[in-house]
Write a protein that binds this ligand. Structure first.
Ligand code: ADP
Length: 189
């Protein structure tokens, strides 16, 4: 069963964790621009070198770069039967580009919107910073990522509401509990 899904939510909402569970359950590839960009940084590619400072500050890498990355990834064979996008689109311009890429024949089916309490996710990110030492996880950067999310990414909920594909899911609770809610929403839509 091919499914074309998008997981939307603020930094720290647990998108990566839930995306991995959904992809295993549904049998679709997990397409995360954050993972792809961090891979470029790690490999020291030109793109990675250009993106690192932007990511460390919690700002957004240019639409042009991430759109080209996703366009390439969506052309792989494994994406023909569905995919789950995580961390893309993050701006209305990216969402418009995605619509154009998918075309009328295979539009997004569902946008799972993880709803969380901001203070709690900021705390989660601070805890992760202490454990993993990610450069984009200090408090100032985290606050900036939240502000960027609110101004640039949250408007996507209204964008996708027009297409009637937004599925809000309560993102507070245990990993299994949240996954159960997502699975229920997906089997109903
Ligand atoms: P999160 O921890 O919020 O899940 P990601 O792993 O998705 O963050 O992304 C990490 C960083 O990579 C972002 O803060 C941003 O700098 C960059 N990035 C990822 N996806 C995009 C995108 N679609 N557009 C612009 N920048 C992006």
């Amino acid at each position: 069963m091919g499914r074309r899904l998008l997981l939307l939510g603020p930094p720290g909402a647990g998108k990566g964790t839930q995306a991995a569970l959904v992809c295993t359950a549904v049998g679709i590839p997990h397409i995360s621009t954050g993972v792809m960009l961090r891979d470029h940084v790690q490999r020291g590619t030109d793109l990675g070198k250009a993106a690192k400072a932007i990511m460390d500050a919690g700002d957004l890498v240019s639409d042009e770069i991430v759109i080209a990355m996703v366009e390439d990834r969506l052309s792989w064979d494994d994406a023909a039967c569905g995919f789950l996008l995580d961390g893309f689109p993050r701006t209305v311009a990216q969402a418009e580009a995605l619509d154009a890429l998918l075309g009328g024949e295979r539009p997004l089916e569902a946008v799972i919107s993880l709803e969380v309490i901001e203070d709690e996710v900021v705390q989660r990110l601070l805890d992760r910073a202490a454990k993993e030492g990610r450069a984009d996880d200090n408090e100032e950067t985290i606050r900036n990522r939240m502000a960027v999310y609110r101004s640039q990414t949250e408007p996507l909920i209204a964008y996708y509401r027009n297409a009637d594909i937004v599925r809000p899911v309560d993102g507070m609770g245990g990993i299994g509990e949240i996954f159960g809610r997502i699975a229920a929403v997906l089997s109903a839509s």
